[in-house]
Design a protein around this ligand. Structure first.
Ligand code: KG4
Ligand code: ZN
Length: 345
């Protein structure tokens, strides 16, 4: 089975072709980061317009790169939610239209299921069942995964998502959007322990998170050391970034390990943009080794939004017999736990 995957839920246009026998044949990601940079966040209308312009050329490029013609495609998978409605509509319209023209099924894929399955694209994929830590710009969730579509929510953020916390801390330090990679880079120059921020909710039982309080800690540290331009000197900014990253990473690692211990599982999958964070990967590797557990993640370009994860998830659902009707299936909000279970191939 060969599936064309389209991702347009936010500010990346992702297109890929996944083949169930041959694996990933080709993929392209066009990032709109530069387009939104001057606004300090994603502008939905601009995102939709840019997806309209980029999607078709990217599809043509991927088809030619994978030496695939329309008659070789068995289905089209598009991200049908959650995400920005206008942006989702662009991918859905394109996916549906091509499916109609090529007389193949079109499948709506849940964006977070795409993220969650992205590590399956790597050489040593994790095996079910496992615990997934989903950490993106909009989600922070711990999920027990028994199979594709079999998701049980164990805990989630009660306020800001981990990626959102990185983005907000970055904004306070005058760094561009998305702030996660920039904070991580700045943190490398920081001195450990100069600032110590709280690890929210780790002393309470349970697997929920809260990151909004960390914003206040970062803001207070900035205000206490600010100079004429409103910011502390470069080294102090790096020290604050380092303390902030350490607090987020520690919190995620403590709760992930707790989820493994509570369920008796030995496999953790981390997915979504924040799973590209080096400190998070390193800390989890060390912490989980102590309990005989292992962490799996995708290569960096498949941690953030991409078409490959949508093509892969769509392919698994196609093989399992999922069929969507001709309507456009768009959901701006869509809990992962509402997905139907399918039998993995
Ligand atoms: O999964 P994703 O690409 O988009 C959503 O579905 O939200 O995640 C984007 C988020 C942003 O908040 C970004 O700042 C964060 O992931 N991010 C990182 C890193 N790379 C991306 N956060 C921390 N460290 C990173 N290296
Ligand atoms: Zn995402």
């Amino acid at each position: 089975m060969r599936v064309l995957g389209l991702e347009t839920s936010c500010d990346e246009t992702g297109v890929a072709i996944y083949d169930s026998k041959l694996g990933l044949l080709s993929h392209r990601i066009y990032s709109q980061i530069a387009l939104h940079a001057e606004y300090g966040g994603v502008v939905p209308e601009l995102a939709s317009r840019d997806h309209v312009q980029k999607l078709l050329p990217l599809i043509q490029e991927v088809m030619s790169d994978a030496k695939t013609s329309s008659s070789d495609i068995d289905a089209i998978a598009y991200t049908s939610g959650p995400g920005l409605v206008g942006a989702l509509m662009v991918g859905a319209m394109m996916g549906r239209s091509l499916a109609y023209a090529w007389d193949v099924p079109a499948l709506g894929v849940h964006h977070m299921e795409g993220h969650l399955l992205a590590p399956m694209l790597e050489a040593n994929p994790p095996e079910f069942p496992f615990i997934a830590l989903l950490v993106s710009g909009g989600h922070t969730q711990l999920v027990k995964v028994d199979g594709i579509g079999q998701y049980h929510l164990l805990g989630e953020s009660l306020d800001d998502a981990a990626g959102e916390a990185f983005d907000k801390a970055a904004k306070m330090m005058d760094l561009d959007y998305p702030g996660g990679p920039l904070i991580a880079k700045l943190a490398e120059k920081g001195k450990e322990g100069t600032f110590v921020f709280p690890r929210p909710m780790v002393d309470r039982p349970g697997l929920d998170f809260s990151f909004s309080g960390l914003k206040t800690a970062v803001l207070t540290a900035i205000q206490q050391h600010q100079q004429a331009d409103g910011l502390p000197d470069d080294q102090t900014c790096a020290d604050i970034a380092c303390a902030f990253e350490a607090a987020v990473v520690d919190t995620l690692a403590i709760k992930s390990r707790r989820a493994l211990e509570q369920t008796g599982m030995k496999t953790l999958v981390i997915a979504g943009g924040v799973s590209a964070n080096k400190r998070l990967r390193r800390e989890l590797e060390i912490s989980l080794a102590k309990i005989g557990a292992k962490v799996f993640y995708a290569r960096n370009e498949f941690c953030t939004d991409n078409g490959a994860m949508i093509a892969y998830a769509g392919c698994q659902r196609l093989i399992a017999g999922q069929k969507d009707d001709l309507s456009l299936q768009i959901k701006a909000r869509w809990p992962l736990t509402e997905l139907k279970s399918i039998t993995p191939s």
